[in-house]
Design a protein around this ligand. Sequence first.
Ligand code: PMP
Length: 345
Amino acid sequence: MIPRRPSYRDIPLYAPSKRPCRVDLSDNTNLHGVPPSAQRVLRETAQDVSRYPRGYAPDLRRALATRAGVPPESVTTGCGSDDVIDSALRAFMEPGDTLAFQDPTFVMVPLFAKVNGLRAVPVPLTPDFDVDAEALLATKARVIYLCSPNNPTGTALSRPAVERVVDGAAGIVIIDEAYADFAPGMDFLDLGRTRPNVLVTRTFSKAFGLAGLRVGWGVGAPELVAEVEKARGPYKLTSVGEAVAVSVLAEDGDWVRARAEEAVACRERLRGELLALGLSPLRSAANFLMVPVPGALAVAERMRERDVNVRAFQALTGVGDALRIGVGPWPLMETALTALREALR
Ligand code: PMP
């Protein structure tokens, strides 16, 4: 018999309902494909993979520091921003400590709490999907997790509410900005630059089109980042992932920006079509739309039968049942709309 860890007994493996579908709008990745320089760098770096990467991804750290306007010591990286967030929780919390987070939010957060033995305290968003600063602060949590634009609602948090949380927090505030590239000017990177207790996390998985390479990063005060790197350990970034991310930052900025702008335009067009169907999609600042639909799980299953995969949620706080539809080139949106119309019939 395997001596299973009791607190892990009811942890499910991450398995969003998926069947291979021709149109997969379920994971908010870049549906326009791979940035141009990535293919070249993948070929060039193939011969390096017999050796370990350098620890702590120094080239990427430097490139990101330049981009973020901070010293390299203020940047951490990881195997996706998942890894950066998980490492930050390990860095600052002992088992039993309280992690407070907005609800609803990124489904992995309660799971990170569970695997790290933390007490998870979800705090509902306000009716207009802003963060409830006073309720979060009242938890006296050692770490508070915020997400803007938020997955799965797509909504962005307001600056006064976020600053109130940062000003009043007893410990660290993680601001997850996986979708910030779709909402220029609405981000909180400045708080990662200037406040001692803030870690802002970002990813190459969404706008940057590199989800399969697993590259995430974060910005915070050097003392804070050093603790995260300690908890993370070396070699979490592959040499290939580091090299491609560096080249995409250097060469593909226009491609990334243009695709993000196209995603935003398609999102608003899709929102109009959904409103015309009598649905009430939430206002989104990300590359997906959340659409409240009663019985969303069954609707999503009927869409999958029509070769379109979207993510369904059940009984979300303040939302109810809902579909989350990733946004990409318009022809894919038309296919999704047809499937949705048929699934709703
Ligand atoms: N944060 C949010 C809000 C996300 O939606 C995701 C991906 N679904 C992540 C973090 C993790 O992304 P990655 O690990 O690919 O960087």
